[in-house]
Design a protein around this ligand. Sequence first.
Ligand SMILES: [Zn+2]
Length: 81
Amino acid sequence: MKTLKITVEGGFHNADEMTVYAKVRTARDGSSYACLSPYQAHKVEAHFCGISDCQCGGASRGTWASPAGWVQDTMERWVQR
Ligand SMILES: [Zn+2]
């Protein structure tokens, strides 16, 4: 199965670099996209901020890096460009 290597780091709590592999899928129009599973998204969120009542913004404040040719569409989804 093809995956997209995504690295995340930083954010309000200055989290260490972490790697997740987003599953690459094919849309109905034939284009490729990649997305994190709810479990992966939860893990990333917990990596940036594990404090339940914290107002820091968690993963949205982090630095996300994806391979060349891919653009982050939403927090959990990338599209090929
Ligand atoms: Zn926080």
